[in-house]
Design a binder for this molecule. Structure first.
Ligand code: ZN
Length: 207
């Protein structure tokens, strides 16, 4: 039996050692936790290795710039705007090796099928997104993507109230809309203790 297991292990190296093996990586966290930055870092490394990379983001997220994904710290990477997850499959070239998708929470559940299909074709798929909305509720399709991913990274921000690792995006203005795009003028990173699952006053820092 031990011999059999050894044999199986010999002929089945980890997926990334196979030629043309695809897989899914998911990067999740609160706002200001460096998700886009981590996505851009991985995409840049792939490009340095001369891999063909394509990047997509939802059209809704044009707050910083069209045709690029941009982190809060101003790292940039060119990207294509799409309206629906299914568009990714139509737009990925046959020789693309790495597909990056930012703001995954703005897509519907079809993104799960898209990620699986690309990985099946041998593509390395990297998806970044918010795992919870402003009420702390898991934000589909990110939970589903976490389930199907081979590799998961959870990024943390720093709580603006107390300085502990932050896992929540605190809304600091009144709105019941799940999607209300904004940055540090509308949201703060908060830890579990300091998070209030509805709009809360912005943290005031002593001068
Ligand atoms: Zn806190």
């Amino acid at each position: 039996m031990d011999e059999l297991i050894a044999q199986v292990n010999d002929i089945e190296p980890p997926p990334h050692l196979h030629a043309n093996a695809g897989w899914v990586e998911v990067i999740v966290g609160s706002m200001f936790s460096g998700k886009s930055e981590e996505l851009i870092r991985r995409l840049r490394r792939a490009k340095i290795a001369r891999q063909k990379v394509q990047v997509f983001k939802p059209e809704i997220d044009s707050r910083f710039s069209d045709g690029q994904i941009v982190s809060h710290s101003e790292m940039r990477h060119e990207s294509a705007n799409i309206r629906a997850a299914a568009e990714v499959l139509a737009r990925v070239d046959a020789d693309t090796e790495v597909v990056g998708i930012d703001e995954g929470q703005f897509f519907d559940n079809e993104l799960v099928n898209v990620a699986n299909e690309l990985a099946r074709r041998g593509v390395r798929v990297i998806i970044a997104g918010l795992d919870q909305d402003y009420t702390g509720k898991p934000w589909e399709p990110m939970p589903q993507l976490l389930a199907i991913a081979e590799y998961i990274t959870k990024t943390h921000a720093i709580c603006m109230k107390c300085g502990l690792p932050a896992n929540y995006s605190q809304r600091t203005f009144e709105s019941e809309e799940r999607v209300a795009v904004g940055a540090s003028d509308k949201y703060e990173a908060r830890c579990r203790r300091c998070f209030v699952p509805h709009a809360d006053a912005p943290t005031v820092h002593a001068e």
